[in-house]
Design a binder for this molecule. Structure first.
Ligand code: KIV
Ligand code: ZN
Length: 526
């Protein structure tokens, strides 16, 4: 069977970061981009450079390091947006500008306050402007799935005539259902006269839980690029999950004659990385990357698995980078075995980073009898999280607590480069720890979620704590792991506070930039 390639366009760093509560520092984004690049993602949408200085810097830095993936920057149909995107992408080996404008009646009337004629003018001018920076221009009619069909065809035709090489059809509000979305793609293929000059892409949101199904239906109908995110994160209910699309195309190639160039063995590692950076836990029953995706609980299934794994397993754990051996290393394991194991898990780390991790591993192996793969992943991820802990870091902590006692927490912290110590009481140990942190780093944030998970089995398992804080309109997630649940809780709260500080700065930045731009932008001058 002749198979056709489907391009994988990852937007974890742009649409994914638009998830409420997700925040990534520039370093975090570069780390994710470097893994996406190694995973052979065709295009990385690294951000929306005009939106904030942080986004500009991330796109710039990702451009410097990507030697495989095309780096893409998002821009509204305004000259300023496009120029800033072009500048941020200047150092990219291969670059793309993705520009968009709404085409549905609803968006044109209420959001843009523009007529169809004006929108057409914006399409022409924005694409022409983007071509000053690269010949690889992608154009999206926002809210395409609710756009009047004849106007959609006309807009796409104009976009291609103006020089767009990729036409992305977004189901912006996740409203479409699979048959309908496939028909939309076929209609575009059959009614846009110059469509053969462009690649059809799709960008599906998951509001009705159909983002992956809609994307696959669109591929069958003729789309050859899918926009997706790791773990399906994204605005509202998220975007189509990269790992689900890729593994579906791979597993069902008997019915779906397509391929991608994705190194699927990197999937587990990058899923953990994104989850740890954003603080968004992956639900246990999530397809492909959930903790239970390869767990067989019932006796009948376990019996079948022992006789032949094909009885109940349609994907091998190894194909997504999960090893089948559970117990990996112990306190007598050497540095070489440690490095090999990290490589097996998909981490390609420099020697200086391995040394620090190996020390942490030895500490952990002293506390825990058995070190599992999940422990190693948590270890690497807590190092990765370090760049986010740039404002506040935990040095030491001690606690007094017990039945019927008022708990007492003593914390030593590094706060903006200064060592500080504080003692605080509370209604239980967590309350005492969080009261101490609130006193040292004043904030109005409320604790919305506090969750503890055991990373592996056993009473000596490491705890992974997730917290969510809300302050005004800002939501942040924090994560921390340790063999001591209280230390893990303090680490998670500190991680969230660091992100809160970063997000406050970003929100300020973004407000000023967008206000200045809106003042300068006259509706009729793009
Ligand atoms: O959902 C959407 O419409 C988008 C566009 C910018 C492509 O994210
Ligand atoms: Zn989107």
């Amino acid at each position: 069977m002749n198979k056709e390639k489907v391009l994988i366009f990852d937007t974890t760093l742009r649409d994914g970061e638009q998830s409420a509560g997700a925040s990534m520092s520039i370093e975090d984004k570069v780390e994710i981009a470097s893994q996406l690049n190694q995973m052979k993602v065709d295009i990385i949408e690294a951000g929306f450079p005009f939106a904030s200085k942080g986004d500009y810097q991330s796109v710039k830095k990702v451009s410097e390091i990507s030697d495989y993936s095309i780096v893409c920057g998002l821009a509204r149909a305004h000259y300023k947006d496009i120029d800033v995107a072009g500048e941020a992408l200047a150092d990219a080996k291969r670059k793309r500008i993705h520009t968009f404008i709404s085409t549905s009646d609803l968006h044109m009337k209420y959001k843009l306050k523009m007529s169809k004629k004006e929108v057409i003018e914006y399409i022409k001018k924005s694409i022409k402007r983007a071509l000053k920076y690269t010949d690889d221009v992608e154009w999206s009619p926002e809210d395409a799935s609710r756009t009047d069909l004849n106007f959609l065809y006309k807009s796409i035709e104009i976009a291609i005539l103006s020089g767009a090489r990729t036409i992305n059809i977004p189901d912006t509000v996740g409203y479409s259902i699979p048959g309908e979305f496939a028909t939309l793609i076929s209609n575009v293929k059959n009614n846009v006269t110059n469509i053969d000059k462009a690649v059809i892409s799709v960008h599906c949101h998951n509001d009705l839980g159909l983002a992956v199904s809609n994307s696959l239906s669109a591929i069958i109908a003729g789309a050859r690029q899918v926009e997706c995110t790791i773990n399906g994160i994204g605005e509202r209910a998220g975007n189509a999950a990269l790992e689900e699309i890729v593994m579906c195309l791979k597993t069902r190639s008997d019915k779906l004659p397509f391929f991608t160039d994705i190194e699927t063995k990197k999937i587990t590692m990058i899923s953990h990385l994104v989850s740890s950076i954003t603080g968004f836990m992956v639900q246990p029953n999530k397809a492909i990357v959930g903790k239970n995706a390869f767990a067989h609980e019932s006796g009948i299934h376990q019996d079948g698995m022992l006789k032949n794994a094909n009885t109940y397993e349609i994907i091998t754990p190894e194909s997504i980078g999960l090893s089948s051996s559970e117990l990996v290393l112990g306190k007598h394991s050497g540095r070489h075995a440690f490095k090999v194991k990290l490589n097996d898990l998909g981490y390609d780390l420099e020697d200086k980073n391995i040394n620090k991790l190996f020390e942490d591993f030895k500490d952990l192996a002293d506390k825990k009898k058995q070190v599992f793969e999940e422990d190693l992943i948590a270890l690497v991820e807590s190092e990765n999280k370090h760049p986010s802990n740039m404002f506040i870091d935990l040095i030491d902590m001690s606690l007094k607590c017990g039945k019927g006692k008022n708990s007492e927490a003593v914390l030593k912290l590094n706060v903006f480069g200064e060592k500080k110590e504080i003692k605080k009481h509370g209604n239980g140990p967590i309350d005492a720890i969080f009261n101490a942190l609130k006193e040292l780093i004043p904030n109005k944030a409320s604790l919305i979620v506090y969750q503890v998970n055991a990373i592996t089995k056993g009473t000596d398992a490491q705890a992974e704590v997730n917290v969510r804080l809300e302050e005004d309109l800002i939501t942040v997630q924090g994560q921390g792991s340790d063999v001591d649940t209280m230390v893990a809780s303090a680490k998670a709260y500190i991680n969230a506070l660091n992100k809160l500080i970063m997000k406050r700065k970003k929100a300020e930045d973004s407000k000023t930039m967008l206000q200045t731009s809106n003042k300068k932008l006259n509706k009729h001058v793009i």
